[in-house]
Design a protein around this ligand. Structure first.
Ligand code: UDP
Length: 332
């Protein structure tokens, strides 16, 4: 099985991936600086899986901290999640994003090369496809992304690709996520955005809880059947399972896979699905378009199925039920 270092291990996708790694028998070393997550996740993960693991409160842009982690552990692979991810903030403060997200990837990749760690899984995003025409397939070239957050994904993909091409003992797996939502079925871990959420599902769950008054839907005049934007929502547990499939099945060298369902759902359809799954009305108003939104985004999901033997299994109903189950019980 091996031991895996997960950077950003207490974040939304990181924590669910840690749960899957522990359940599948991997040894886990997790690191996080809690910049957008809570230490409570550590205890939840231990209770949820009945397993223990090492944790470092560490900023992985700090080469000294990273060296200590690599020196103290026998690491077989790295899954690198730790990154800032708010699009709007990245436009307002690009240097924060470029310096944090790019440095973290460089520091971790360098430590892997120096310590003979052969596998590096990188948390990328469908944002690298920009405003192209879906379904997005892996052989479409990454574009100049519309915002600094997206550009950090494009640049890190390139840095890691070049590094793997130059080192035959270092393999890189780039995973491009579509729209992860939902939570672990137990409701013990989930998405905990600080402040007012930027993303649709956590906004909906906070409206359901009464923390926010109503959802604002950003535009109903897109060229889509109901006029609202279409996204490929994927259950975070399916996404997490995609990471262990990648560790097990990706070939050596550089490889890239979409992690999506291949199906699009509009904003209004997601609202209706949430209402039906949970029996709660979500009040909303239609407001103007949000800058930078693409009308339609969904994955071509064939490559991951063919090469990783992985396919998203959970439904939109599961995503809505589990997102609400977490928010209702544990959301702050
Ligand atoms: N959205 C919305 N209201 C919100 C948040 C999001 O209407 O409060 C819409 C947004 O315009 C987009 C979709 O929901 O069409 C998904 O947005 P999200 O930020 O979750 O993901 P991304 O933009 O990264 O696809």
């Amino acid at each position: 099985m091996g031991s895996i270092l997960v950077s950003g291990g207490t974040g939304f996708i990181g924590s669910h991936t840690c749960a899957v790694l522990l359940n599948e028998g991997y040894s886990l070393i997790a690191a996080d600086n809690f910049s957008n997550s809570s230490p409570k996740v550590l205890d939840a993960l231990r209770r949820l899986t009945g397993r223990d693991f090492r944790f470092y409160e560490a900023d992985v842009t700090n080469a000294g901290c990273v060296e200590k982690i690599f020196a103290e552990n026998d690491i077989d692979g790295v899954i690198h999640f730790a990154a800032h991810k708010a699009v709007g903030e990245s436009v307002a403060n690009p240097l924060k994003y470029y310096s944090n997200n790019i440095n973290a990837s460089i520091v971790l990749a360098r430590a892997c090369c120096e310590h003979g760690v052969r596998k590096f899984v990188f948390s990328s995003s469908a944002t690298v496809y920009g405003f192209g025409n879906p379904p997005f397939a892996e052989d479409m070239p990454p574009v100049f992304a519309a915002n600094p957050y997206g550009m950090t994904k494009v640049i890190c993909e390139r840095i890691l690709t070049d590094t793997a091409n130059a080192n035959k003992d270092f393999s890189v797996i780039l995973l491009r996520y579509f729209n992860p939502v939902g939570a672990h079925e137990s409701g013990m871990i989930g998405e905990m955005p600080g402040g007012v959420p930027n993303n649709l599902m956590p906004y909906i769950t906070q409206v359901a809880k009464g923390k926010l008054k109503e959802l604002r839907i950003f535009g109903d005049d897109y060229d889509t059947p109901d006029g609202t934007c279409i996204r490929d929502y994927i259950h975070v547990m399916d996404l997490a399972e995609g990471h262990t499939a990648a560790l097990k099945n990706a070939p050596e060298g550089v490889s890239v896979y979409n992690l999506g369902t291949g199906r699009g759902t509009s904003v209004l359809e997601l609202v209706r699905a949430f209402e039906a799954a949970n029996g709660i009305k979500i009040p909303y108003t239609i407001v103007g378009r949000r800058a930078g939104d693409i009308a339609v985004s969904y994955a071509s999901a064939d490559k991951a199925q063919k090469f990783l033997g992985w396919k998203a299994k959970r439904t939109i109903n599961d995503m809505c039920r589990d997102a609400w189950n977490f928010e209702k019980n544990y959301g702050e």
